[in-house]
Design a protein around this ligand. Structure first.
Ligand SMILES: C[S@@+](CC[C@H](N)C(=O)[O-])C[C@H]1O[C@@H](n2cnc3c(N)ncnc32)[C@H](O)[C@@H]1O
Length: 346
């Protein structure tokens, strides 16, 4: 999934640091879990996982991939779907007729043509499909035709496919002025790759700085935002599809209320204090902190804070990414991904 700070391409790098420091098993807490890619990787390796993020869509992913340990059978849907299983249920949702609901009325051109703001996040067809699928999942949940796990799995399937049919340059902070061809692909849910396990894992939707006071783990993996882009505003439509309370503000991009989801880690004036508080309250054997060379917490502050817990080792990986220059040309600029490893003093 397209997500700022997604560590999907850095999993081997993170794993190499864990292996080099001879940590084979135990509990890993992914306290800023986002897509859950890091938590999933270590769950697959046999670690017990605690995951957390203050966004609801992430909590949905965590429940589907981390807390849930089996492929559910959707038996309660047998009056609607003959001999149901996960594939048949996904097919059933994919074949629903689109409807004009919250997404259609607020986030596509046709549905917003008479509103204060015309918004072009989705094609008419996909907006209606999202409404039909999300309403059906909610209806099944409310009438207890699906279990909690089944609810989170179906919702994950929807949330993961929405970015691939959105008319955005990566985030929902704005829609594209020129239509991105991906918005005209037909939205099709896929069956999520669930992870079977016998280990009990725990998920949270809390502020990391609060949750830290209740967590004991072996590895505390910390991957906070590294710049001023708030996740709540950049992923507001995913959050709305996830929560489905149909709340919207009358703004150009149709933001949802987000006053409880403002991250201190995105503020230059608050990030050091937040990071120091998190580290001071951490009860763990090892700290693994992901950041990069463009992060707003200065390097010397990171070192000062982490060294209070133990010796700090730094691992780095160069990343090449494209950045637009002022002429509209693309130039390559180097970005280093950093991993700070601390063996906490006992
Ligand atoms: C860099 S992303 C994590 C990416 C994740 N490791 C992945 O691979 O997808 C940072 C995450 O921190 C979350 N976040 C920001 N501030 C938070 C806070 N104070 N408490 C909990 N979560 C927070 C954001 O919602 C976002 O998902």
């Amino acid at each position: 999934m397209r997500y700022i700070g997604n560590k999907i391409n850095l999993l081997e790098f993170i794993n190499s640091v864990v292996e080099e420091n001879n940590i084979q098993k135990g509990t890993l807490c992914d306290i800023f879990s986002g897509t859950t890619n890091v938590a999933k990787f270590f769950k697959n390796k046999g670690f017990k996982i605690i995951s957390n993020d203050f966004m609801n869509y992430s909590f949905v992913f965590q429940n589907a991939y981390i807390k849930n340990n089996k492929i559910p059978n959707f038996q309660r849907l047998n009056k609607i779907i003959d001999k149901p299983n996960i594939f048949k249920v996904i097919n059933y949702l994919n074949s629903l007729k689109g409807k004009e609901g919250f997404i259609y009325n607020n986030y596509c051109i046709e549905g917003t043509k008479n509103s204060n703001y015309k918004r072009n996040y989705f094609s008419t067809e996909n907006a209606k499909k999202i409404d039909a699928i999300r309403d059906k999942i909610e209806e099944w949940k409310n009438s207890k035709l699906i279990s909690k796990d089944e609810f989170y799995i179906l919702l994950t399937s929807l949330l993961e496919v929405v970015p691939s049919v959105s008319n955005v340059a990566g985030t929902y902070g704005a829609f594209m002025k020129i239509n991105d061809p991906r918005m005209f692909k037909t939205l099709m849910l896929k069956v999520p790759n669930l992870i079977k396990s016998n280990i009990k894992n725990d998920c949270y939707q809390e502020d990391s700085n609060k949750l830290i006071n209740n967590i004991f783990c072996d590895i505390l993996y910390i991957d906070p935002p590294y710049n001023n882009r708030q996740y709540a505003t950049n992923y507001h439509i995913l959050e709305s599809i996830s929560v489905w309370d149909k709340k919207i503000m009358d703004t150009k991009t149709g933001l949802r209320p987000y006053e409880n989801q403002i991250s201190k880690y995105c503020k230059k004036s608050r990030c050091i204090e937040a990071f120091e508080d998190l580290i001071n309250n951490a009860e763990c054997k090892y700290i693994l902190f992901s950041y990069n060379t463009e992060g707003i917490i200065p390097y010397n502050e990171i070192m000062r804070i982490l060294s209070q817990k133990g010796d700090v080792k730094i691992y780095e990986k160069e990343y090449r990414r494209y950045k637009s220059n002022c002429n509209g040309n693309n130039i390559k600029s180097p970005l280093k991904e950093l991993l700070f490893f601390v063996k906490v003093n006992s």
